[in-house]
Write a protein that binds this ligand. Structure first.
Ligand code: ASP
Length: 324
């Protein structure tokens, strides 16, 4: 089953070489028709779940997507699912599905960096490869995957690294899950962190998620951003810290004050690779902070939102950051 949500893979421009285009214009059946050879690798059906640029992706769409995938895979309607998606927030949806889909069957996100109308559009081969991975029994049990530019990434590790290049996704800490070349797959590893069937998160009865904000740290940052988030009802704040999850002393002080009131403060990093460890330059034990470990700010936010759906202690939430 191919579930389409929009993105550049469904984008169109006036000419084949212009930089400007509109995401989410082409319908799923047109996208499928543009990829000869698909019927030879799988029996395909397409469904339009949304048609947005992924900068407009919402948790309402993500929840619908997870519900639909759980039904399709759980009822045996599909042996695998491909989700077409914009690349801007693809890592967030992939990680969300990694935690909320309850099936070992393959779930594979794909997209493109060039619109469907571009010279050398990358969408058709990405879609072909994504279907090949979703149809491959060997892809099962590896969590939600992202297939782009012949690479197979795991949802926990991948991140977008280039604004325009077709080689934009990288898995900097743990490396690739595998590669796929014109439909031929090769796997290198299984994800180490918990996902899908081992996940303790449930969307049953969930229609919205608690507010968690991200604050980007920088030199001489204004500390009152923390107060602004708290006043607007954030139940958690992820600091996209400098270096190993750092922030200036004024922000540490405001964040500690918020943490004392029960707001969950997670220290992540604006640096694209490396872990954020506890009690390195900041005394997390004393200040009641949580370290994001391997999760970048956008994924740390998603984990914290799901964690806040149930009553959990700060220690318990820190454990989740090591486990997922
Ligand atoms: N802005 C687009 C999106 O995320 C970019 C892309 O798909 O590559 O929908």
């Amino acid at each position: 089953m191919i579930l389409a949500t929009g993105g550049t893979i469904a984008g169109s421009a006036e000419s084949g070489t212009q930089a400007g285009y509109t995401s989410g214009r082409v319908a799923v059946d047109t996208m499928i028709a543009a990829v000869p050879g698909l019927p030879a690798i799988a029996r395909i059906q397409g469904e339009q779940v949304a048609n947005v640029g992924s900068q407009d992706m919402t948790f309402a769409i993500m929840i619908d997507l997870a519900d639909r995938i759980n039904t399709l895979l759980g009822d045996g309607v599909a042996d695998g699912v491909v989700v077409t998606h914009g690349t801007d927030t693809m890592e967030e949806t992939a990680y969300f599905l990694n935690l909320t889909v309850r099936s070992k069957k393959p779930v594979v996100l794909t997209g493109s960096m060039r619109p469907a109308t571009a010279v050398s559009a990358d969408g058709p081969l990405n879609l072909y490869n994504a279907v090949a991975v979703a149809a491959d029994p060997d892809a099962a049990g590896r969590g939600t995957l992202v297939v782009m530019n012949d690479r197979i990434h795991g949802a926990h590790s991948l991140t977008k690294s280039n604004t325009t290049s077709v080689e934009t996704f990288i898995s900097p800490i743990n490396g690739l899950i595998g590669t796929v070349n014109y439909g031929t797959t090769e796997y290198f590893r299984r994800p180490v962190r918990r996902h899908t069937c081992q996940s303790e998160f449930s969307l049953t009865g969930v229609t919205s998620l608690p507010r968690v904000d991200i604050i980007y740290a920088c030199a001489d940052m204004p500390a009152d951003l923390v107060d602004g988030s708290v006043e607007r009802g954030a139940r958690g704040i992820v600091i996209a810290g400098d270096g190993n999850g750092n922030m200036n002393a004024a922000t540490v002080e405001r964040a500690a004050r918020a943490a004392k009131k029960g707001i969950l403060i997670v220290r992540s990093s604006r640096v694209p690779t490396g872990k954020v460890g506890r009690n390195v330059e900041i005394d997390d034990d004393h200040l009641r902070f949580i370290a994001s470990d391997e999760l970048n700010p956008a994924k740390a936010r998603i984990l914290l939102m799901l964690a806040l759906l149930n009553k959990r202690s700060r220690e318990e939430i820190q454990r989740l950051f090591y486990a997922y």
